[in-house]
Ligand binder design. Structure first.
Ligand code: ADP
Length: 391
């Protein structure tokens, strides 16, 4: 990369000293570099000159009558328009304490009298270059902040647009799904086996597409914490049975088993959301289990927790993907899975929805053996966010 050119010359330099001879010597040294030099004999005049036309650098004598160099420097640093200008102190004093006082007042350097032309030029060059790069850096920072802000605006706009389009797509899809189902009812008798299968495939595909769209919309709502949970007491075992009945037609010749505990298993939650979590997990277990494989749903309830588990004997999930699959668009990448229709949002929805119910979700898996997804929810009547009643 090319280095940016440093425009050191000509710079605008203000020199402040009550001794005319010193002003003369310094001016001559600095003019050899082509700088525009403005000599002033007092602190008061220096403040006025700096405000009038802010210089690139100020060289300031310490020992001056009325207002000494430290005071001038402090006042310069109080002005927003002037505080960025580098100040180099010049003085016959060579005491360490004076130097420290100078740096505390805001100076960037210190040059002792009598002046050595080479030293003066080297220090002035160095501070002009530093000042130039600081300004350039600040300018870049401002440009970057502006670009980031514009990008953010565009991203928000794109999100809103996507949201609108996806939302409208869902309405249209609902229309397609209803029409297909009505068609199925109307013509079920008259269709030959092949056509009935085509119609059934269309119904399942529309259902899958609707589920994807619902996941997409709900993930953004849950992320923005804009999802309202309609909390009520619900029977988890009943919800598992409902999900199993819904997915029964898609299981093919896989075995699907659920052994519920005796009686209802109660949790406080949003029934529709919890049903969708169960459907997502059960659907994945069926989808990733080969023909004639088996999917089992289990449930264990203790006094304060309910544990739901979905066990399949599919391909398993490699270790490095067991967290990633819960992140947005996270999917296991492997050539065997290329054909699977997947967006990687189902588990993200499940995780956000379970966490909104103050629960947790995780997976245990063994390659070539299968996977088990666990969902743990607070049991009973405890509303999310409330402490459980003391036992
Ligand atoms: P999608 O909604 O597209 O199905 P998910 O978020 O549900 O995506 O799943 C993310 C990824 O996790 C899937 O693409 C798949 O690679 C992996 N996965 C999910 N469930 C299972 C499972 N039971 N067995 C093996 N892999 C799974």
């Amino acid at each position: 990369m090319d280095k940016p050119a440093i425009p050191l010359s000509p710079s605008n330099i203000l020199i402040v000293d009550d001794q005319a001879a010193n002003l003369q010597v310094l001016s001559e040294i600095l003019k050899t570099r082509g700088h525009k030099v403005r000599p002033v004999p007092s602190g008061k005049l220096a403040l006025g000159a700096a405000l009038n036309d802010p210089p690139d650098l100020i060289m300031l004598d310490i020992m001056m009558p009325e207002m000494d160099g430290y005071e001038v420097c402090r006042r310069l640093k109080e002005q927003a328009a002037l505080r960025h200008i580098p100040v180099i102190f010049i003085s016959a004093l060579d005491d360490i304490a004076d130097k420290v006082t100078g740096f505390r007042a805001g100076a960037v350097d210190y040059i002792a009298k009598p002046f050595q032309a080479e030293e003066v030029l080297a220090r002035v060059d160095a501070h002009l270059a530093l000042h130039y790069f600081q300004n350039a850096l600040q300018e870049k920072g401002r440009e970057l902040a502006l670009s980031y802000w514009k990008l953010q605006e565009l991203e928000d706009l794109r999100d809103q647009l996507t949201h609108m389009v996806v939302h409208d797509m869902r309405n249209l899809l609902t229309g397609v799904a209803c029409s297909l189902r009505l068609l199925q009812e109307e013509v079920s008798e008259g269709l030959n086996g092949k056509c009935a299968r085509y119609l059934q495939t269309a119904v399942w595909s529309v259902d899958d597409l609707s589920a994807m769209i619902n996941n997409l919309l709900d993930v953004s709502k849950l992320e923005a914490e804009q999802m309202t949970l309609h909390l009520a007491e619900c029977d988890l075992a009943g919800l598992v049975n409902e999900a199993m009945a819904k997915l029964e037609p898609t299981k093919g010749d896989r075995e699907l088993a659920f052994s519920p505990p005796d009686g209802p298993v109660l949790v406080t939650g949003d029934e529709a959301i919890l049903l969708r979590v169960i459907i997502n997990l059960l659907n994945n277990a069926i989808k990733y289990t080969a023909a004639r494989g088996s999917v089992r749903v289990g449930m264990e309830a203790t006094q304060d927790k309910v544990l739901l588990l979905f066990r399949d004997n599919g391909p398993g999930i490699p270790c490095e993907y067991r967290e990633k699959i819960f992140a947005k668009f996270g999917q296991v990448e492997s050539p065997q899975r290329m054909h699977t229709c997947s967006t990687g949002l189902g588990l993200t929805f499940c995780k956000l929805a379970v966490e909104a119910h103050r629960g947790r979700i995780w997976v245990e898996s063994e390659l070539g053996i299968g996977s088990t997804f666990y969902v743990e929810l607070p049991a009973g009547r405890t509303l999310p966010g409330e402490e459980p009643a003391p036992a």
